[in-house]
Design a protein around this ligand. Structure first.
Ligand SMILES: Nc1ncnc2c1ncn2[C@@H]1O[C@H](COP(=O)(O)OP(=O)(O)OP(=O)(O)O)[C@@H](O)[C@H]1O
Ligand SMILES: [Mg+2]
Length: 334
């Protein structure tokens, strides 16, 4: 289980954290994922998705807020505990080729973390070999077919499966998949997405799925929560299909209208295309809606008061003038 409360991350600019060039990459983000649950983060490039993932994996510090993994607070555990806590959160990044050392075979890549695990539990070499076969089997690879190979001898999909197998060696409770299939051939993507979905079910691993792609977020986490992020803040959040089928925030609607076709798309209505104005760089005033400069529906209030999340606790949106617009229609079951 992982819980994040009011997470903030500011990258300092030349004039420090308070300077005009500081980047507020994550602002006031809270969520909670039960064991086996899923949360997806969608949003444009630069909205802070990777920063959230890196913070959870312990690769980036944060400016404020709390991160709790299986009830343990990252900020208050001692150094040794912190390592153990962070091991429970494994990050799967975009490029599986970069994640693997090209000069080492798959067997070598997997045996490193397994040796650490074996030492911790007093297990022997036989246990390492057995566990290696087990994790390779879990990710759908034939051990004999891959263990003696180097990463370049495998397909992109196989390489990402190896990265996932390596993550599984430490028995994580959370996987953070950051654009994990975007560099894989389209024909192999679905297999890796299915694997992530299966790991949730079989091992109750919680999944944080970071993507630009609404359809794959839906595939791995249809029963989970979707978070739409704009400039580091939550624009809309709710059960995945609720957000996709009943979006209230114009930004969510614009993102959805950029989705080419979702399976089961019915005849699109007049709301099909929500235009977005050009991306504005630089900071918005503290008291303005971050999205106002690009919003086709902005009103004067949007320039003077930042909207808080509103709506029923299940489905919320940070907009002064929420209005459901029918953008995509998807079949509820595939
Ligand atoms: N190490 C850093 N130093 C300064 N600014 C950074 C750093 N890392 C990220 N940023 C800034 O923080 C913001 C969020 O970046 P992040 O990489 O989290 O976005 P993202 O949503 O993952 O984008 P993409 O979809 O392109 O991967 C961006 O404005 C980025 O320029
Ligand atoms: Mg990113």
């Amino acid at each position: 289980m992982i819980e994040v409360r009011r997470l903030e991350k500011t990258f300092p600019g030349k004039h420090g954290l308070l300077g005009h060039d500081a980047v507020k990459a994550v602002q006031d983000v809270s969520f909670r994922i039960p064991d086996g649950g899923a949360v997806s983060f969608i949003g444009e490039s630069g909205c802070g998705k990777t920063t959230i993932g890196r913070i959870l994996a312990g690769l980036e510090n944060y400016t404020a807020g709390e991160v709790l993994v299986d009830g343990q607070n990252l900020a208050t555990v001692d150094r040794r505990q912190r390592e153990a806590v962070l091991r429970r959160v494994q990050l799967i990044q975009q490029d599986p080729y970069q994640a693997l050392n090209p000069a080492r075979t798959i067997e070598q890549a997997l045996s490193d973390p397994l040796k650490v695990m074996a030492k911790a539990r007093g297990a022997d070499t036989a246990w390492i070999l057995q566990r290696m076969e087990e994790v390779l089997g879990l990710v759908g690879l034939e051990p004999e077919a891959v263990v003696h190979k180097y990463p370049h001898m495998l397909s992109g999909g196989q390489r990402q499966r190896i990265v996932i197998a390596r993550a599984l060696t430490v028995e994580p409770s959370v996987l953070v998949a950051d654009e994990a299939v975007s560099m894989i051939d389209v024909s192999l993507r679905l297999g890796v997405l299915k694997l992530l979905r299966d790991l949730r079910e079989k091992f109750h691993i919680s999944l944080i799925f970071i993507t630009h792609d609404v359809a794959s977020a839906r595939y791995v986490g249809e029963d989970g929560q979707m978070f739409v992020i704009y400039k580091g803040m939550i624009a809309e959040q709710g059960p995945t299909d609720d957000v996709i089928l009943h979006p209230q925030h114009p930004y969510t609607q614009a993102l959805l209208s950029a989705v080419p076709v979702l399976k089961g798309l019915e005849s699109p209505g007049s709301d099909r295309y929500i235009p977005l104005k050009e991306l504005d760089h630089g900071q918005s005033p503290e008291n303005a809606c971050l999205f106002a400069p690009r919003c086709p529906f902005a009103q004067p209030l949007c320039e003077t008061e930042r909207p808080a999340l509103q709506g029923a606790s299940g489905h919320q949106y940070a907009c002064h003038y929420p209005q459901e617009r029918h953008v995509v229609a998807v079949a509820l079951k595939e």
